[in-house]
Design a protein around this ligand. Structure first.
Ligand code: DX5
Ligand code: ZN
Length: 224
């Protein structure tokens, strides 16, 4: 199943409720919520009170991506704020990854694990049985609007093959960074089925056209 998850990082923060309602209306499957702490990544975005406020005005599925040095203490806060799925980075609190993933599941949320471009995919594959989603970053995390790095697609292929080997048809393979109608086709062909798109949705005048264009390109190239 193809999922398009527009990244709220590129939304208009002065009109967040309107922008979230508009992407839902335009056919978004999920909403990707980027949380940056200014420590793990050199940028900041939004935080718990804003996610709570977003939840008050939207019933979209919130896919929360924590780019934070100490995710362990944030899990209960974001689960309580209305997250449906929480993704942590394998590079953060690496000695506690298993514990944090189990904690995410205990809150009732789905659990995801992300990796940045310099991290080998094996670091993530060893946690596969605990995961609902693997997030392969196709840019270095921290900023929207960067250029897609095609050399990282080998990691998507590796996740796809390992999931298949383990009989994990349910595993969601997400890509994030530089997704547009051309790059989504490559990522889909490599085995991804969940696509984060910030600028390729929110910077376009017509969200419906943007989302259906992305979906069509992904669908036309689904890995057999
Ligand atoms: C980058 C974030 C992304 C970002 C993607 O660190 O994790 O979710 O918003 O933006 P685009 O799609 O513009 O590359
Ligand atoms: Zn993200």
């Amino acid at each position: 199943m193809i999922r398009i998850s527009p990244s709220v990082l590129s939304a208009d923060f002065a009109h967040l409720a309107d922008d979230i309602a508009a992407v839902k209306e335009a056919g978004a499957d999920w909403l990707h919520v980027d949380i940056m702490d200014g420590v793990y990544v050199p940028n900041q975005s939004l935080g718990v009170p804003v996610v709570k406020a977003m939840r008050r005005v939207s019933d979209l599925y919130f896919d929360v991506h924590l780019m934070c040095a100490k995710p362990s203490w944030l899990i209960d806060l974001y689960a309580g704020a209305g997250a449906n799925l929480i993704t942590i980075h394998v590079e953060t609190e690496s000695d506690k990854t298993e514990e944090i993933l189990k904690h995410i599941k205990e809150t009732g949320c789905k659990a995801g694990l992300a990796l940045d471009p310099d991290t080998p995919i094996e670091e993530v594959l060893k946690y596969l049985p605990l995961l609902d989603l693997v997030l392969v970053m196709t840019v270095k995390s921290g900023f929207g609007g960067q250029k897609f790095r095609p050399e990282l697609l080998a990691k998507v292929e590796a996740v796809y093959e390992e999931a298949k080997r383990q009989g994990r048809d349910d595993l969601i393979i997400q890509v994030d960074g530089g997704i547009n109608p051309e790059t989504i086709a490559l990522a889909s062909a490599a085995g991804a089925d969940c696509f984060v798109a910030g600028s390729a949705v929110f910077d376009k005048p017509d969200y419906t056209e943007a989302i259906s264009g992305l979906r069509g390109a992904a669908q036309a190239n689904v890995r057999a």
